[in-house]
Design a protein around this ligand. Structure first.
Ligand code: NAD
Length: 256
């Protein structure tokens, strides 16, 4: 379905980003990976799916590096047809204890990077007459939790940004939408599982049950593959008129 298309997925060396990159690759899309950590392993996992894949290590908190990454993607593949703004970090602390540099990093990586990639990708998408922008927000783009002020602010911002750009592109063949997962068991959440286990003096499995029990009525983690399949759907022609939507994939979290 996506043969001859190119997808750039930010923060795709692990977790949800890598899961989405692999689902898009299974549909034939060439992939530009980005993120920190083991890029070789991520490259190998995507290459195995028989598509062209490249990697750029741009730091999503640095606009100049984002520009270099977008240029590298165009140079390597000739286009960015699908942009998945996924890179994100978390920090958990009460607002009065929140380190200012963590606040700045979360806003830069989880929100402002999507502005920079979008402004740079959109002209080419419009010119070529097709495009998909998919922003990985969160249930925390729709509702809040205590101790996550920067993350909640950034994700609410990202949902708002999604709606605004969707309106600006409403008469074009470029669609812009957000995906809002609840708990997904990735390295980002494993840290929170460990913190809960330590705080409550319990085993990791019990900490997972308690985290789910607090918020996610299905008592199941959403998987990266489930989110990847939603991204594939948003790239299909059935989704041509889905614009500015925020899909919660959260086991019932925001239904409460
Ligand atoms: P993860 O920690 O597994 O992956 C994050 C990715 O972002 C990694 O590839 C990492 O290298 C990359 N990254 C971090 N800082 C970066 C930077 N400055 N520049 C470039 N890349 C950077 O986390 P994840 O759970 O897969 O999260 C992916 C996205 O999904 C994030 O935006 C997160 O907020 C969102 N999300 C996650 C959950 C969850 O439960 N895991 C729920 C809702 C939303």
């Amino acid at each position: 379905m996506l043969k001859a298309k190119t997808a750039l997925v930010t923060g795709s060396t692990s977790g949800i980003g890598l899961g989405i990159a692999k689902c898009l690759a299974r549909q034939g899309a060439n992939i530009m990976l980005n993120g920190f950590g083991d890029s070789e392993a991520a490259l190998a996992e995507v290459r195995e799916l028989g598509v062209r894949v490249a990697y750029h290590g741009a730091d999503m908190s640095k606009p100049a590096e984002i520009e270099q990454m977008m240029q590298a993607a165009e140079a390597e593949f000739g286009a960015v047809d699908i942009l998945v703004n996924n890179a994100g970090i978390q920090h958990v602390a009460a607002v009065e204890d929140f380190p200012a540099e963590k606040w700045d990093a979360i806003i830069a990586i989880n929100l402002s990077s999507a502005f920079h990639t979008t402004r740079l990708a959109l002209p080419g998408m419009k010119q070529r007459g097709w495009g998909r922008i998919i922003n990985l927000a969160s249930v925390h783009g729709l509702v809040a939790s205590a101790q996550k002020s920067a993350y909640v602010a950034a994700k609410h911002g990202l949902v708002g940004f999604t709606k605004s750009v969707a309106l600006e592109t409403a008469t074009t063949p470029v669609t812009v939408n957000a995906i809002c997962p609840g708990w997904v068991l990735t390295p980002l959440v494993e840290k929170q599982v460990q913190a809960r286990a330590q705080a409550d003096g319990i085993e990791l499995e019990e900490a997972k049950r308690r985290l789910l029990g607090d918020k996610q009525p299905s008592m199941q983690f959403t998987t990266a593959e489930q989110l990847g399949e939603l991204a594939v759907f948003l790239c299909s022609s059935a989704a041509d008129n889905i614009r500015g939507a925020a899909f919660n994939v959260d086991g019932g979290w925001v239904a409460q």
